[in-house]
Design a protein around this ligand. Structure first.
Ligand code: ZN
Length: 306
């Protein structure tokens, strides 16, 4: 018996198989077309999943979704990168296709679950996971279980407003953290500070090489990150923070800047417990499918949260 893990994110679609211990065994990755609708994505995921699980008995299908999931329906409702999720009932679609239990959860939340499980050192109680890539998302895991506070999710750190007069966000607000510190956000910030168009990848490589202008951009971005992270720490009191996503890959220098900006703004009694526990993700591109496997196994009662 295997778990079929699916991921629909900003740029790629992934299908993977996991065994009942949660270990990922095999995977397929395809890029999604720009402008692709939800219906096309679900048909593509079904085809990828069918191909991968052709000779396999499945125990469940588990999907990580890059947007809002309505937990009472078990289905996605909104994605800022892709239209049509309000018209597709992904839960029924996958149940009809695979005839096994189907679990769908926000991709950052699943990533948080995977990071908690494989974190070294282990979080004492609570992990705050933050991913910085095409967008910025968060997830909270407490004693091995995903913290689920609302029917439509929680820990949307990317939509904390850090500059009220800042750029317009797809959510309708202005100056959300995501508009200034995601990959595209950093590019906007660099344009404002340096006066030139550049890429997030180049900003980070210049920053690591000691470039003064890139350092100014990263210092400003780390300041914005701190404005959102410190209140998040005050609210959730995590003992461990893990940072993933493309912007953070191999980026200990930027992590150090974020930590340095954040800690002085944290409620002092909470500062000591997390001050030495800001880490980079170790799971990288497998993190969502890995989390999807763990989530399904926990829901099936096959895996203890600890
Ligand atoms: Zn927003």
């Amino acid at each position: 018996m295997k778990i079929l893990c699916l991921e629909s994110g900003g740029t790629k679609l992934v299908a993977a198989l996991a065994d009942l211990s949660g270990e990922l065994l095999d995977r397929r990755i395809e890029m999604r077309s720009s402008g692709q609708t939800a219906e096309v994505t679900m048909h593509q995921l079904r085809r990828m999943g069918k191909d991968l699980s052709r000779d396999t008995t499945l125990a469940a299908v588990s999907q990580g979704f890059g947007g809002t999931v309505d937990r009472s329906l078990g289905s996605p409702t909104l994605c800022y990168h892709e239209t049509g999720w309000d018209q597709v009932h992904a839960q029924s679609f996958l149940t009809d296709a695979f005839r096994v239990p189907v679990f769908i959860e926000n991709d950052c939340n699943l990533a948080a679950l995977a990071e908690y499980r494989f974190a070294v050192p282990k979080p004492a109680d609570t992990l705050l996971y933050v991913t910085i890539g095409t967008g910025i998302g968060g997830g909270v895991v407490h004693r091995g279980k995903l913290v689920e506070l609302g029917n439509l999710g929680e820990a949307e750190i990317g939509h904390i407003v850090v500059e009220p007069e800042g750029p317009e966000c797809p959510c309708g607000n202005h100056g959300c953290l995501e508009t200034l510190c995601s990959g595209p956000g950093l590019e906007n910030l660099a344009h404002r500070i340096i006066g030139e168009r550049t890429t997030a990848r180049l900003i980070m490589s210049d920053f690591k090489a000691g470039d003064a202008l890139a350092d100014r951009v990263c210092s400003a971005a780390a300041g914005y990150m701190a404005q959102a992270l410190a209140p998040a720490i005050n609210l959730f009191s995590p003992d461990t923070l893990i940072f993933g996503g493309g912007v953070m890959n191999d980026n200990a220098e930027y992590l150090s800047k974020i930590r340095h900006e954040t800690l002085p703004r944290v409620f002092p009694p909470f500062r000591t417990s997390c001050s030495e526990r800001f880490f980079l993700s170790s799971l990288r591109e497998d993190v969502v499918c890995q989390g999807a496997a763990i989530y399904a196994l926990q829901r099936l009662g096959e895996l203890d949260p600890h």
